[in-house]
Design a protein around this ligand. Structure first.
Ligand code: PGA
Length: 229
């Protein structure tokens, strides 16, 4: 089954030349991927008809919030998805911020990709399920609309480490069991062209959220090839 391929470019590409090369190299793949570029380059991708997500949105609708981007402005530009709760931002957020961001996104018809995952200490203490259940409950309080979840163990992000295949399968089954609709669950955290064959065998994965391995178009193409059979 074909998988969803979401690419979080974080702050990896920082010149218009690099962005244009990236776009040129991936123009034949654009129907197979959703790119989350840094805000300043969103429109470059949208102009070229890529499917686009935003890496972060404000928890407020509008107003005096310096440096923030509203969900309305993202939607108005042509953004389709909003990444919310990524661990690189989560540590700076208050308890109810993620819930408010999700509401803003849904109010503006953006599809929400909610990142959840345990840190290494919780993993070692076997508390993964407890942690992610709590993260989901807090994030989705009073929210009934459908979202996408990305399971991203914090200790697997950018480290080259991944949980075992059986562990990922078990956690994804658990996440799916917490919802009363058929939720799509992605896996993220050190997905690369080296491990994609193995990860792609996990039967209940609906797709992947790829960080650093998605920055090089050739590496990304290898990942796409494996996951689109
Ligand atoms: P990584 O990042 O693939 O570089 O580990 C994944 C993510 O942060 O979404």
């Amino acid at each position: 089954m074909k998988k969803l391929i979401f690419v979080n470019l974080k702050m990896y590409l920082n010149t218009i030349e690099d962005i244009q090369n990236y776009i040129d190299n991936l123009k034949n793949e654009k129907d197979k991927i959703v790119i989350f570029p840094s805000n300043i380059y969103l429109y470059e991708f949208i102009k070229q008809n890529f499917q686009i997500g935003i890496q972060n949105i404000s928890s407020y609708p509008k107003g005096a919030h310096t440096g923030c981007t509203s969900a309305l402005s993202a939607k108005d530009l042509g953004v389709k998805y909003a990444l919310i709760g990524h661990s690189e931002l989560r540590e700076y957020e208050k308890k109810d911020t993620i819930n408010q961001k999700i509401k803003q996104a849904l109010n503006n018809n953006l599809k929400v990709v909610l990142c959840i995952g345990e840190n290494l200490e919780h993993y070692n203490q076997n508390k993964t399920k407890e942690i992610i259940k709590k993260q989901i409950e807090i994030a989705l309080e009073n929210i009934k609309e459908q979202i996408i979840i990305s399971y991203e163990p914090v200790w697997a992000i950018g480290t080259g480490l991944t949980p075992k295949k059986e562990e990922i399968k078990d956690i994804i089954d658990y996440i799916k069991s917490l919802f009363n609709y058929k939720i799509k669950v992605l896996y993220g955290g050190s997905v690369s062209d080296k491990n994609i064959n193995k990860l792609n065998q996990i039967s209940n994965i609906d797709g992947f959220l790829i960080g650093s391995a998605g920055v090089n178009p050739n590496t990304l193409k290898k990942i796409i090839e494996v996951t689109q059979k």
